[in-house]
Structure formats: C-alpha cells, structure tokens
Design a protein around this ligand. Structure first.
Ligand code: GLY
Length: 442
C-alpha cells in the first residue's frame, strides 16, 4: 500500500492521479497543488494547496504523510528543484533533478548536448547572449526560429511565417528577447509534421509510449495564436499515418542517445519522462525540443491506455529496472479536446477575454473521460480560471468512434467556452498525410 505524492494540478496530473489509483497495489494518493483541481482532489486521500516554489512545504507534506515516492507532473516544480529537495529527505521521485530538468528548462543546454555527443536531429543553430553575429547567422538560414533560453509555457518560440515575416522583424525580436535577460537561440526552421514521443526513462533504459499529435493553434484549421495545446489524438497502431516506422525508431534512438549523454555529462541517472517534440522532414526526423515531463494534453491520450500497472512502472523507474518490466498499452484510438474559455489565447483587450473566469456547468459527458485542468471549485460551483479548463477524451477501437465520443462529451460543458471541432478528423489527418507526401516527393 504505497503512499504516493503527486505534485501538480492540471489535466495531465488528473490523468496521472487516475493511472495511480487504477493500480492493484492499493496506493494512497497525497496531492500538492497550486489550485484545487476537483478531479485530483476526489482521488486523493489528502490535498495541500501551496506554491510550487515552496519546497519546504512540499517536503513537509511528503514527510508528514510518510510518502514512499513522488510523481512530479509539471515543469515548474522540476525547475525549482523539488526532486533534489525531496531526495534530501530520502524521498525518491519520478521526475528529473533540477540539473537534469535542463533538458527542458534550457534549450541551449539540450542543443549543445546533442551537438557535443554527435546525436542526430539538431537544426543549424547558434546561442547568443548579445546581438553580435546575430544578423550574419540569420542571413545563413532559409527559415528562422527564435527561442528564449528558458521556460516559456510552450508559447515563447517565434517562428518565421507565423510570428514574423522578414529578417528585420526577426532582428527586432532578437533584441527584445535579449533585453528580457534571457539568452537567445536562433535555429533553422524545419518543414514537416510534428509528433510527440513520450518516453519513460530510468537513467539507462528508454521505453517509448504511443505516439500522439498535439494541436497547438487556437482555432480550427491550425489558425490563430499558439496555445499550450488545444487537443490531441493517437491511433490504435500507436503510430501516426504520416510517419514511417523508421521515423519512430529515429525518435527513439535520439532519445536513447540523449539519455546516455545526460548520464555521461552529469553522472546522475535521468528518472522520469523524456518527452521529445519531433518533426518528420524531408531529411528525416529532427528534434524540436525535449520536455522533462508528460505532455499536456498528450498524457491524457496515453495514460488511460496503460495495461501495465502505473505504480509498478514508477517503482521500476526509481529502481533503475525498467528493462525488467514489459510495458503495454491498449491498441485503441484516443481523441482529446480541451474545453477552454472563449477568450483563451486572445489578447487581453478582446471582448471574449473578460469571460475567462466565468462560471461553467458540467453535465454528463457520456462515454467520454473528463480531466479537470484550470478550474476553480468554489462553494457555488465551478469557475474557469483563464487557461485550458477541461480535457475531454474519447477512447475507442476506431478513430471515428473515439472522435464521436469526444464530440458528444465536449457538449456537456456549458458556459462561455470553446474547443476545436477538427481534432482527429479525417480531413485534418489527410492534410497532414498530403503535406508529408509532398515534402517527401512521393
Ligand atoms: N503539449 C505541449 C506540452 O505539453 O508542452
């Protein structure tokens, strides 16, 4: 009967909490959240609300509840060093130390690591701490991507064609990033199709999970501003229809080599999730970025499909024995859609922005699963709290069935909310397939 601490309060953590509580080991869940997620709270024996930078409060909560191990959901507490703080009290965690979490928290660290160990997948890139040489490097690139070197909540990356058009605009944005105190990474832009490969890692062994495609843009047809992710889908064969099996193997091999490089570089085994954001291009699979955690929404696609006991997986990650465990997922399709405030992702002066903290009602979601994210449960009901509110997930033998379950489920959330209609539709997936065929000149 292990006592497990979960840190995090989003839909990803709601899905983790559910996976923990499905375990046959009768776990007791203790959750540290920065806001009360009613879904996580309902699965937890005890909750504590606090700040993810208050490491003393997290550690005290863990000690007081005799925690056997912790699972860390989001990047912020990882960046704050929660795994290191828990380790000082003898508590192990699924999640990397602060040093290893640089895989996500420092884009330059990861690019330089991949470069140093001659691992495939990097773009042409350069890291700048001043404007010296920026223009010369921009002139060498056909398409440009600009990244501040830190956590940006998935929204800080600036891509030519989406956020700016000409070099002069890029130069201004570079100046802005540098004047904000962060270093700047300038990269070559890739053309291709993106996929999320979330791998489990115990420091030595890397285990892939079903591939997922996230949809970052706010509106149907991949229009509008980038968001944390409006929804995602996965398929029964655990692949994506625009990928070759060699693409998946390439993503896995890059991740295996990065895990080995991290161990060599730091001497510390990476225990947690290495979520690679990859892109299939005409020249093969390239690495966009790593995250040091499950994806949100992608966790909602894969965790409900786990056939293997999640608590057992966590124990093997912590013990460094993942090679001894067979990890299996159901061969089903999943479609996840985020229900968001209508004003989500829109400028603060947009008329819909005012409603981003409005009250909502949640009815019967039918066969769909519901994962709470940014909601605020008050005495008189449930309120939006500005960001992605509720993840609705359909799971079925076919994509069509999964999509229908999700489409019915999202209608149960009433209020000033919105969601994308087109996630997991045949038309959107065909667009991806056609795009990839064109790139590969098939
Ligand atoms: N799906 C994007 C993220 O989790 O960062």
């Amino acid at each position: 009967m292990p006592n497990i601490l979960l840190v995090g309060n989003g839909a990803r953590e709601h899905a983790i909490a559910e996976a923990v509580m499905r375990s046959s080991q009768n776990p007791r869940l203790f959750s540290f959240m920065k806001a009360n997620n009613p879904g996580i709270a309902s699965l937890s024996e005890k909750i504590k609300i606090g700040s993810y930078s208050d490491l003393d409060a997290i550690t005290a909560f863990a000690k007081e509840n005799k925690i056997d191990f912790a699972v860390i959901g989001p990047e912020d507490p990882l960046n704050n060093g929660v795994v290191d703080a828990l380790a000082k009290s003898g508590i192990s965690a699924v999640g990397p130390t602060k040093n290893l979490a640089r895989l996500e928290t420092s884009k330059s660290f990861t690019r330089n690591l991949v470069n140093k160990y001659n691992i495939l997948g990097n773009p042409q890139y350069k890291v700048f701490t001043s404007m010296d040489g920026v223009e010369v490097f921009l002139n060498k690139l056909e398409g440009i991507v600009l990244k501040p070197d830190g956590l940006t909540g998935g929204k800080g990356v600036l891509v030519q064609g989406d956020h700016f058009s000409i070099k002069e605009e890029a130069l201004k944005l570079c100046e802005q990033i540098l004047s904000g105190g962060s270093s700047l990474i300038v990269e070559e832009k890739f053309d291709g199709e993106e996929f999320s490969l979330q791998c489990l890692c115990d420091g030595k062994t890397v285990v892939g999970t079903p591939l997922v495609q996230d949809h970052k843009r706010r509106f149907d047809g991949d229009r509008g501003p980038n968001t944390g992710g409006m929804g995602s889908f996965s398929l029964p064969d655990h692949s994506m229809p625009f990928l070759k099996s060699s693409d998946i193997e390439a993503g896995l091999e890059i991740t295996r080599q990065v895990a080995a490089a991290l161990l060599k570089e730091t001497g510390i085994p990476y225990k947690g999730v290495m979520y690679g954001g990859f892109i299939a291009t005409k020249d093969g699979v390239k690495l966009l970025e790593y995250n040091a955690r499950f994806g949100d929404p992608e966790a909602m696609n894969i965790l409900p499909l786990l056939k293997t006991d999640f608590v057992e997986i966590c124990k093997h990650i912590i013990d460094g024995t993942l090679d001894k465990l067979k990890i299996e997922f159901e061969h089903k399709a999943t479609v996840c859609k985020y229900v968001v405030p209508k004003g989500y992702g829109l400028p603060a002066d947009h008329p819909d922005a005012a409603s981003s903290k409005a009250k909502i009602e949640v009815g019967n979601v039918g066969k769909a699963r519901l994962y709470y994210s940014s909601v605020d449960k008050k005495d008189d009901g449930l309120y939006l709290s500005s960001s992605r509110a509720i993840g609705i997930v359909g799971i079925a033998d076919t994509l069509e069935e999964a999509r229908n379950i999700t489409s019915e489920g999202v209608k149960a959330v009433k209020g000033h909310v919105d969601y994308r209609e087109d996630i997991g539709t045949d038309a959107l997936i065909q667009k991806r397939i056609d795009h990839m065929s064109k790139i590969r000149k098939e």
